[in-house]
Design a protein around this ligand. Structure first.
Ligand code: NAI
Ligand code: MG
Length: 326
């Protein structure tokens, strides 16, 4: 059966790294059908909206979506697209690779971030000129769902170490709910886990990342801790991510549109190619996903490398090298 993949390159380097990842997928000759959709700053300029309804529908109806990046309209594009695929889990692996200069070469972390609530609900108000508020929403259902996903992800991917990040000592009601839900899921499933206060965890992740594997987090904590981990392993050009829903998912590099290097043909395609590998895994093409990851790893180890990793290769050079090593 042919898989239908929505492809949304977006702005800036999104339009450079997504075609690179498609070349890699094409080289696998899996017979996927790729359907391209428009979104981003340039679409806002041309059509008055950053995310046209047809692009939203394309993502909602596809078997999976590969997204690049949007620029200033990122929130108007990616938040609705995550909703279009019904995403509740944001999975962000942060691994150090041999050959890449990493602050902590022993890092192999996967953040499983709740993707629908917390402080990202947009429930803000300006009570007076002086006083503004934000409502933090934590529900039992969403907390259980992310915990179930996180523990199952760890078990399926061979990680025996799961940490639940929280701040229930201060946010007693909301993170208390989150923590209770995670404990209940761990009990029900017979899973071992550790718990960590998210602020102390930030320090421990920098000092001893090798002691952690899968980290289940509320929304904001997952956003911040995963960017922190990006810094440990050599930068944004390497970090893929998945936005997973019950029966659909969207895959994207963690990085943005990088206007400082857009158009120069030197963006590192690794993050997007690794996102495509996550897409393959999600669609049950596990062996192909492994081939892609191995090829990326081999190129990171031996070169060619783009300037963000200290080399002078172009996006095309690196993409061709990845395809050669498939
Ligand atoms: P950014 O991730 O675009 O760039 C940060 C730095 O990392 C830049 O110096 C850039 O050149 C470098 N970089 C990022 N990806 C790279 C790659 N693949 N290869 C080589 N170098 C790379 O973040 P920034 O600068 O904060 O935001 C730029 C624009 O992107 C903004 O308009 C922002 O709103 C948008 N953005 C969009 C996101 C999305 O669509 N999901 C996520 C983050 C930012
Ligand atoms: Mg972020």
């Amino acid at each position: 059966m042919s898989e239908r993949i929505a492809v949304i390159p977006g702005d800036g380097i999104g339009a450079e790294v997504v075609p690179a990842a498609l070349d890699v997928l094409d080289a696998l000759e899996l017979g996927f059908e790729f359907v391209e959709g428009e979104a981003g700053d340039h679409v806002l300029d041309e059509r008055g909206e950053a995310l046209p309804e047809e692009t939203y529908d394309l993502a909602a109806e596809a078997d999976a979506t590969l997204f690049g990046a949007a620029g200033e309209t990122a929130a108007d594009v990616i938040l609705p697209l995550r909703e279009a695929v019904g995403s509740f889990a944001n999975v962000r692996p942060a691994r150090a690779y041999p050959g890449v200069d990493a602050v902590k070469p022993d890092t192999d972390l996967v953040f499983v971030r709740e993707n629908t609530e917390g402080v990202y609900t947009g429930i803000e108000s300006e009570l007076t000129d002086d006083v503004t508020t934000l409502t933090r929403v934590i529900t039992e259902d969403a907390s259980r769902r992310i915990a179930e996903y996180g523990f199952e992800y760890a078990a399926e991917n061979g990680y025996d170490d799961v940490t639940v990040a929280h701040k229930a000592n201060v946010m007693r009601t909301t993170d208390g709910k989150f923590l209770d839900a995670c404990r209940a899921v761990a009990d029900d499933g017979g899973y071992d886990h550790d718990e960590a206060l998210m602020d102390a965890l930030a320090m421990h992740l920098i000092m001893r990342p090798e002691e952690y594997s899968v980290v289940i987090c509320p929304n904001l904590a997952g956003d911040m801790l995963s960017d922190l981990a990006a810094g440990l392993v050599g930068g944004l050009g390497l970090l893929p991510s998945a936005n997973v829903g019950a029966d659909n998912a969207l895959f994207e590099p963690v990085h943005g549109s990088a206007p400082d290097i857009a158009g120069e043909g030197i963006a590192n395609p690794a993050a997007t190619v690794l996102s495509a590998a996550m897409l393959l895994e999600h669609l049950d093409y596990g062996a192909e996903a492994e081939r892609v990851r191995d090829a990326v790893e081999s190129v990171l180890a031996d070169g060619p490398r783009t300037p963000d990793l200290g080399g002078d290769a172009t996006t095309d050079d690196v993409t061709e090298a990845i395809i050669d090593r498939l």
